[in-house]
Design a protein around this ligand. Structure first.
Ligand code: ZN
Length: 219
């Protein structure tokens, strides 16, 4: 499958994933990005919006997109659905970290909340908590593309978000719990993805060695 990346300034990404019945949009970027996403869809029907996590630079255009797409399915993890609704309470066991980054919330709620292991069309939902408590990644089982959200970034090189990466500190600064994020980075690497399609930065082909190096560095 060709990977369709919609990007603002190369910094913040959304993706369009082709399915037999239409498109799945992965993440919605910052506010005022709905037009760019709809334009990239080129008239193809957008069936679903699947969110990796509830940070503002991933859900920013959710309301505008949902308004433009009546009947669209909106999917997010059960855990981050609460953050999307601006419920900032930590669950027992989550107090080792702190919610960081922007959680502006959205008026649009999910039509369905998912658990790890569920499928959204061809995308397998993979738990990858750490950056946020309910962060997930989506693995396209057809071609091995990993839509990794903010589990990894590729700006200034492939990095995890477990620690602050000096060449692109932003995602690391917004991470809830670094050790959990690092564990998730390992789990995603174990999927042996053919390409890494991150929330921030370019799509990286054959990312195994770069992911290994990032994990070894711990950032
Ligand atoms: Zn984030």
């Amino acid at each position: 499958m060709p990977v369709t990346r919609v990007s603002r300034f190369g910094l913040v990404n959304a993706y369009l994933v082709e399915e037999d019945d239409g498109l799945t949009v992965v993440d919605t970027m910052l506010p005022r990005s709905a037009g760019a996403i709809l334009k990239a869809a080129g008239g193809r029907e957008i069936r679903r919006i699947a969110l990796t996590h509830a940070h503002g630079d991933h859900i920013g255009s959710l309301d505008a997109l949902a308004a433009a797409l009546p009947g669209v399915e909106v999917l997010i993890s059960g855990r981050d659905a609460r953050l999307l609704a601006k419920d900032m309470k930590l669950d027992p066991g989550e107090e080792g970290g702190k919610l960081r980054g922007s959680y502006p919330g959205a008026k649009t709620g999910p039509t369905h909340t998912f658990q790890a292991g569920e499928r959204i069309g061809s995308l397998q939902v993979v738990a990858s908590p750490g950056h946020t408590p309910g962060h997930v990644s989506f693995f396209d089982t057809r071609d091995g593309t990993l839509y990794g959200g903010d589990a990894f970034s590729t700006l200034g090189g492939v990095a995890t978000t477990a620690k602050i990466y000096p060449r692109f500190p932003l995602p690391g600064l917004a991470t809830w719990h670094g050790p959990t994020a690092l564990e998730s980075a390992r789990a995603l690497r174990a999927l042996d993805p053919a390409r890494l399609a991150p929330g921030h930065g370019k799509v990286v082909e054959s990312p195994a060695a770069a992911m290994d190096a990032a994990i070894a560095r711990g950032a």
